[in-house]
Design a protein around this ligand. Structure first.
Ligand code: ATP
Ligand code: MG
Length: 552
């Protein structure tokens, strides 16, 4: 089981389980599962389900399985399976067993035969389209298929032939025999099996008959002795079918399906199918593009497992669908990184500052704390010399009201260093500022200046003793809060979701930084070293989040 603490927030599912335990149900065991379909990478919505399933198991000293729901071979592959397993581990959870629905294909087939033998399933030659047409509507009952009353013997023979590849794709299906008049459309003789000649990532071409989700899921849960099968609200209407299958098969163990609301996060999408489109059409650089709401993307952007678990804890688990603001996710990562990230200085858009009274060819080593509160993070040295770089924005020739940074004839404190004063501006013919001429006050290192107030503090790096870097600033992926409700969600993409800054300079101590390492660039935000593209000779940093909430 995982070393991580269970989610602390109590929710209605926990209350229900506590009640079950008090009644002595399931011998007081709690066994859950996380059942992804390996047709894409996991996203932040899945994180909610992972934290709930694994967290609940931890909370009640039970266990949780990872189960791949791999019954749609065309869309699924091993890359996705590996990525999913990696993401679950990264979030900090370990499974009791890893299972695959495809491991149960033989058993599932036998359960199909059992249903036929009991008179609860039949082979139908109607096409998928005909079945849809005869299904009826919410106000009209469905129509029984002409094949509904086939004999059990004929059904068994046909089902076996389906399995053995005697029929073309789509020519026959196996259907449950329930009730074409059922008010719940899911109970109107749902399809349990279809013929599909597709290569399966695990069972290769052994099968041409694949079970449907509703048949597979409940039986897989039953086989694994799952006690509480937690799923999202859209399966509520499928619960009668879940229970029907297990009841007809007289399963010795009948798991309880409990539904909860999906996570929807503003300004992004949580649908693997749609995320797939973004990747396929090249709107993002891949599943792990830092703008993607995938766990791989969030990781590359610098989100920590802890921040994501905290987020899931914070949003809670209810039965009511709602949209969560991006600010909630960002708050979680800010809180984590504020406590843990080493402070560094980086200048994104440099402006040259020459300190006229500083001796040429001298370089002094200043000391700076790596964290304002956490002494355990130690300190570092900052080379300081005659030419330094500050942020272009930190100087204003004509300062707006309340401007506390550097102005002509004004003073400012260089963070972890001296106070400087600006005496002159050097411009090119077009009037662009090329350089500032300043002096420094040697008596102000770690000291307040005598007889005057200097309010502003700005960051800086030495021009000579700093490293070039590329900085990638990410913004929301979509321009609208609910892109999934747009007719064409692609049109709602934010064209400015990535701003690449070349020519930034970062402090020398970042030379040895490793992939994914996280920092606070003072006064700018939290950044991490890009895990794919950053090289020691060309550092690349991703902005994880700004210092303050800029969404409001
Ligand atoms: P998608 O539409 O993104 O493919 P899905 O529900 O089809 O989502 P699965 O791989 O079947 O994806 O999901 C695995 C588990 O994660 C399921 O139990 C599902 O209910 C849950 N899950 C998926 N999306 C969310 C979400 N947005 N919020 C909470 N749980 C989710
Ligand atoms: Mg699905």
């Amino acid at each position: 089981m995982s070393s991580n603490e269970a989610n602390t927030a109590e929710n209605f599912i926990h209350h229900k389980i506590t009640h079950d335990i008090n009644q002595g149900l399931n011998d007081c065991n709690v066994i859950t599962r996380f059942p992804p379909e390996p047709n894409g990478y996991l996203h932040i919505g899945h994180a909610k389900s992972i934290c709930l399933n694994f967290g609940t198991a931890i909370k009640f000293n039970g266990h949780c399985n990872l189960r791949f729901d791999d019954t749609n071979p065309e869309k699924e592959n091993i890359e996705f399976m590996n990525a999913i397993a990696e993401d679950v581990k990264w979030l900090g959870y370990s499974w009791h067993e890893v299972n695959y629905a495809s491991d149960y294909f033989e058993q599932l087939y036998n359960y199909g035969v059992q249903l036929i033998q009991k008179g609860y399933a039949y082979v139908d030659s109607l096409s998928a389209e005909e079945i849809r047409q005869l299904r009826g509507t919410l106000t009209e009952p469905g129509t029984e298929s002409p094949d509904r009353n086939r004999t059990i013997e004929d059904n068994i023979t046909l089902f076996e032939k389906m399995k053995n590849g005697a029929f073309a794709d789509g020519s026959y299906v196996l259907r449950a025999k329930i009730d074409m008049n059922a008010p719940n459309i899911n109970m109107r003789d749902p399809t349990l099996y279809r013929i599909r000649r597709a290569h399966h990532p695990r069972t290769a071409n052994n099968w041409c008959l694949y079970p449907m989700y509703d048949f597979t899921h409940c039986i897989s849960d039953g086989i694994e002795n799952i006690t509480h099968s937690l799923c999202t609200l859209e399966f509520e209407d499928h619960r009668p079918l879940y229970d029907w299958v297990l009841t007809q098969l007289q399963f010795p163990h009948h798991p309880q399906q409990i539904e909860f609301a999906r996570l929807s996060l503003e300004y992004t999408i949580v649908s693997k199918r749609k995320l797939h489109l973004l990747v396929e059409q090249g709107h993002v650089s891949g599943w792990d593009d830092p703008r993607m709401p995938t766990l791989a993307g969030l990781r590359r952007a610098g989100f920590t497992p802890k921040s994501i678990r905290d987020f899931c804890d914070r949003i809670g688990v209810t039965k009511k669908d709602s949209w969560i603001e991006m600010g909630v996710l960002e708050h979680s990562i800010r809180e984590d990184l504020n406590a843990s990230a080493t402070r560094k200085m980086a200048v994104l858009k440099p402006l040259r500052v020459v300190l006229e009274n500083y001796p040429e060819d001298t370089c002094e080593q200043l000391t700076a704390n790596n964290h304002p509160q956490n002494d355990q993070l130690g300190s570092r040295t900052l080379p300081f010399d005659q030419v330094i770089l500050i942020e272009q924005d930190d100087f204003a020739e004509i300062p707006p009201a309340k401007f506390k940074r550097l102005t002509l004839n004004g003073e400012v404190r260089l963070r972890n260093s001296y106070i400087i004063k600006c005496h002159g501006i050097i411009k090119n013919e077009q009037g662009d500022i090329l350089e500032l001429r300043c002096t420094y006050d040697p008596d102000t290192l770690g000291k307040k200046p005598e007889g005057r107030k200097v309010k502003g503090v700005i960051h800086w790096v030495s021009e000579k003793h700093s490293l070039p870097a590329e900085i990638r600033l990410y913004d929301r992926l979509f321009n609208v809060p609910h892109p999934e409700s747009e007719e064409d969600f692609i049109c709602a993409l934010n064209p400015n979701s990535l701003e690449v800054i070349n020519g930034a300079k970062v402090e020398m101590s970042l030379a040895n930084s490793r992939a994914n390492e996280q920092y606070q660039f003072e006064r700018i935000g939290y950044f991490c070293v890009d895990s794919k593209d950053s090289k020691p000779e060309q550092l690349i940093f991703n902005r994880t989040v700004t210092l303050r909430d800029t969404w409001k």
